[in-house]
Design a protein around this ligand. Structure first.
Ligand SMILES: *Cc1c(COP(=O)(O)O)cnc(C)c1O
Length: 381
């Protein structure tokens, strides 16, 4: 057994990725251009949706989705307290109010049975997170959205490649927002995309992502373009570069095989950790394909070690883990400005106090996965 530190996550970059990036660097066209266009059309084909706009991050994608659906001051957006800051900040950036619904203890997903009681005439959208790469109950969410004429903006930061009832997450969406951050399921270093079936949202997102300039602004520097453009909105600088898109195109080719590796490693965890009384393993996906962006176990109450001690023991034996996520109500900014109390979200608080994300990524070897299992047994038994 090696004593080398095993990080909780690492990106998977191969020579094809590197060559594709170098090719764009040598091409003379670095920022948004033909590679971005190609990346968008390949993503739309992969996801099975009408439109994709590639942008600089999932945070940007979520912001643009909120703008696309005209969400603003006076509006409420229903979301989960078990998420990253990026989800909440976009709701606040457009001036709307996030309303939190507690989670399901088994999945970590928003508890669909508790959403309806939080819907008011001000509710403009639901913003669920496909936590860990498992799809939310999209059919259930759609029934609610139709009943109350509200939109669904999906935080699919963990869910590129996730499938629900035979279709990719994003295929039938109002808007689904993906992250290509280095440790997500595929990477463009920094990057993201918004998948939508609304032409309006797609057009608005594209314009707002580049200063609010009339479309295809980048073509003005090329032979077929002209110098003329008009600013139609007060937009942002959220475009993806062609260098990043070239990396994304290569990563997308490998995405399904990388997700297959994640699934096969998850199976090893299920197999080997099944009988360990101190840990609760994540539920398996029954309705589709889990992308296993994360493999989150929960340390049972009354276990040999608390969650924090368990993390420390693993670290001292060379295994990196993390906690996804510190609940929104525990961060001082949200707690103070939105008057949130964690006691109002008891399930989230319980999940948070117990959860540990184990290493799971294609760059690990099977021996690494077994080493994590051996180490957990050593600590817990
Ligand atoms: C990573 C992450 C984001 C943000 O993604 P970026 O591409 O870094 O902006 C948003 N939501 C969730 C749930 C995430 O894990």
């Amino acid at each position: 057994m090696t004593d080398e530190f095993l990080p909780y996550s690492l990106p998977h970059i191969d020579d094809d990725d590197i060559n594709a990036v170098v090719e764009v660097l040598k091409s003379g066209w670095l920022t948004t251009g033909p590679k971005c266009e190609e990346f968008e059309s390949k993503l739309a084909e992969y996801i099975g949706c009408k439109y994709v706009v590639a942008v600089s991050s999932c945070s940007a994608a979520l912001h643009l989705a909120c703008i696309g659906f005209d969400i603003g001051p006076g509006d409420e957006v229903i979301t989960t307290p078990l998420t990253f800051a990026a989800t909440i900040n976009q709701i606040l950036h457009v001036g709307a109010k996030p309303i939190f619904v507690d989670i399901d203890i088994n999945t970590g997903l928003i508890d669909i049975d508790k959403i309806e009681e939080k819907i008011t005439p001000k509710t403009k959208a639901l913003l669920p997170v496909h936590y860990a790469g498992m799809s939310c109950d999209l059919d259930g969410l759609k029934i609610l959205a139709e009943k109350y004429s509200i939109r669904i903006i999906e935080d699919a930061a963990h869910a590129i490649g996730t499938q629900y009832k035979g279709k990719k997450v994003g295929a039938d969406s109002d808007a689904a927002c993906y992250s290509f951050y280095p440790i997500k399921n595929m990477t463009t270093i920094e990057g993201g995309a918004i998948a939508t079936n609304s032409e309006t949202v797609s057009n608005l997102a594209r314009k707002y992502a580049l200063h609010g300039i009339s479309k295809d602004a980048w073509k003005r520097y090329r032979a077929e373009g002209t110098w003329f453009y008009e600013v139609l909105h007060c937009g942002f600088k959220y475009n993806l570069t062609d260098v990043q898109a070239a990396l994304g195109l290569q990563q997308l080719k490998k995405l399904d095989s990388m997700i297959a590796i994640r699934n096969s490693y998850a199976e090893i965890y299920y197999d080997r950790l099944r009988d360990l009384k101190d840990l609760v393993l994540p539920p398996r996906e029954k309705n589709g394909v889990h992308a296993y962006q994360l493999f989150v176990v929960r340390v049972q109450e009354g276990a040999k070690y608390t969650r924090n001690d368990f993390i420390d023991k693993l670290r001292s034996r060379g295994i990196g883990t993390t906690v996804n996520f510190i609940p929104v109500p525990l961060h001082p900014y949200y707690r103070d400005t939105l008057s949130l109390a964690i006691d109002d979200y008891p399930v989230t608080n319980q999940f948070y106090s117990q959860c540990v994300s184990l290493p799971l990524y294609p760059k690990m070897s099977i021996a690494d996965v077994n080493r994590v299992c051996d180490t957990i047994f050593e600590i817990m038994s």
